[in-house]
Design a protein around this ligand. Structure first.
Ligand code: TYD
Ligand code: MG
Length: 455
């Protein structure tokens, strides 16, 4: 038999190389290439007869399509992020920095499901059973029927979860600890993780159990080693947050069975994660209304409006090259807004440092925040505080025009609910509610600058 051909796989991004190199072409990382057996020992044996499949016409399927059966966890914020609960027979990856609260969240979900009569197995490869139980006690989950197992070997795990009545939900904490006898590589390598995850997904498809896989993220923001895992699973959720703040956001980035723009918001307390039903109140909690450079952005996360404060500091620079530092917003988008301010509004920022921060450690991904960011920048530069009862939203184009964004009515409704009485928004915003409220309709960035500087 020919010698099995090995591959050289980058442990960070999964790029395959034909020979060992010091630096990965895929992600540019050094010393991440490891020699692995790509087949992982699986399927390389001789003598397997090919099985003929039977394709079905799409038309014959109509009529029998139904919603994927789901298991709601009862944690409203988690259910919102998954699109209504975990889908049976699916695999979900929950990624996040170490220590962010993944195990805590899943233990709470496990306890809630177990209380509703579901059979849940929690497989911990990172902590001993006693440690997991200790956490469960802290979370008031110790009195539930969640089954605990401390195992890392894929074959052992499969044997454990196949035993007895079939589970509704299996939690694997974490995929980085999985290792299989059938893969030759060292534990923690891409091949090992991929082989392990494949086996878990197969179990889920065969038994109809939901497989929840926990994955740690490296500093570069990728799930350590196997980004490949993202492609294999049905849904990918990231648990994010700032260590300095108590709240955590569960963000859906891939979902074969639901929306991908929903978030769940939680707050970490000494008794575990608490659901936050109204995130705006949280993000606006520490406002200083009289300071220049702060603007409230009326944003949307999926179907939910979220109000958050953006803070800018524009100050004369002491350095040759002015500094631009951004937290919670895209730095190239900031550069774009600064360029538009310079080119179309005569706002000179070449001799100024610019710092931008989204309050509470929150991260904004919507271009609709352009108007709030620009307002905060101009407010700081001019030393003029913006009206405290006003929210801002709208997208700014390179020409300096302000473009309408979606969900105008919802953004305004949320703002009103939280006591804001006016808004600066794009002219010709669709579905602008009628009434005698104070809208400041703006159609260009120079218009906005003139308005703030003139106030
Ligand atoms: P954990 O769920 O272990 O994180 P992960 O599995 O993502 O690595 O949570 C770790 C942090 O959460 C730890 O710093 C302690 C904190 N924590 C609380 O603040 N309250 C709690 O009730 C629990 C269980 C943890
Ligand atoms: Mg953990």
């Amino acid at each position: 038999m020919a010698k099995a051909k090995t591959q050289f796989i980058c442990q960070n991004c999964g790029t395959v190389h034909s020979r060992w190199v010091g630096k990965c072409d895929g992600c540019g990382q050094w010393n991440t290439i490891v020699e692995e057996d790509p087949m992982g020992g699986i399927g390389s044996g001789p003598g397997k007869m090919p099985k003929k499949g039977r394709p079905v016409a799409l038309t014959t399927l109509s009529g029998e399509i139904e919603e994927a059966p789901r298991i709601p966890t009862g944690l409203a914020e988690l259910d919102r992020a998954t699109g209504g609960g975990f889908v049976r027979g699916s695999a979900v990856l929950i990624g996040g920095d170490p220590g962010i609260g993944k195990s805590t969240l899943l233990m709470q979900a496990a306890a809630a499901l177990s209380r509703n009569g579901h059979r849940v197995v929690y497989v911990s490869g990172e902590e001993a059973v006693a440690q997991v139980r200790l956490r469960a006690q802290r979370l008031n989950a110790a009195d539930t029927d969640v089954l605990l197992a401390a195992e890392t070997n894929v074959e052992d795990i499969l044997a454990t979860i196949s035993e007895g009545k079939r589970p509704d939900l299996v939690i694997i904490d974490s995929i980085q600890t999985l290792w299989s006898d059938t893969a030759d590589s060292a534990p923690g390598t891409v091949t090992q993780v991929r082989t392990g995850v494949q086996a878990m997904i197969r179990f889920a498809k065969q038994t109809g159990a939901t497989m929840v896989l926990v994955g740690h993220v490296t500093k570069e923001g990728q799930i350590a080693g196997p980004r490949v895992v993202e492609h294999m699973v049905d849904a990918v959720l990231y648990f994010e947050g700032d260590r300095g703040h108590h709240y955590r956001i569960l963000r859906t980035v891939k979902n074969r069975f639901g929306p991908t723009d929903e978030i769940g918001v939680f707050e970490m307390s000494d008794k575990g994660l608490r659901e936050v039903a109204n995130p705006s109140e949280l993000f606006l909690g520490e406002r200083n209304e009289k300071a220049p450079g702060a603007a409230v952005f009326a944003g949307m996360e999926g179907t939910r409006p979220v109000l958050v404060e953006v803070q800018a500091l524009v100050a004369a620079t002491a350095l040759g090259t002015p500094r631009r530092a951004v937290v919670g917003w895209d730095s190239s988008r900031l550069a774009m807004i600064l360029a538009v301010l310079e080119a179309h509004c005569g706002v000179r920022l070449g001799q100024h440092d610019v710092y931008l921060n989204v309050a509470g450690g929150y991260r904004i991904t919507e271009p609709a925040a352009d108007m709030a960011i620009a307002s905060a920048l101009v407010s700081s530069l001019a030393g003029v505080a913006l009206p405290a009862d006003c929210v801002y939203f709208g997208e700014i184009s390179l020409s300096g025009a302000v473009r309408p964004v979606s969900h105008t009515a919802q953004r305004l409704k949320e703002a009103e609910k939280l006591g804001f009485s006016s808004a600066v928004l794009p002219t010709a915003s669709p579905d602008l509610p009628k009434g005698n409220r104070k809208w400041g309709e703006i159609d260009s960035l120079p218009d906005l600058v003139a308005r703030i500087a003139g106030s």
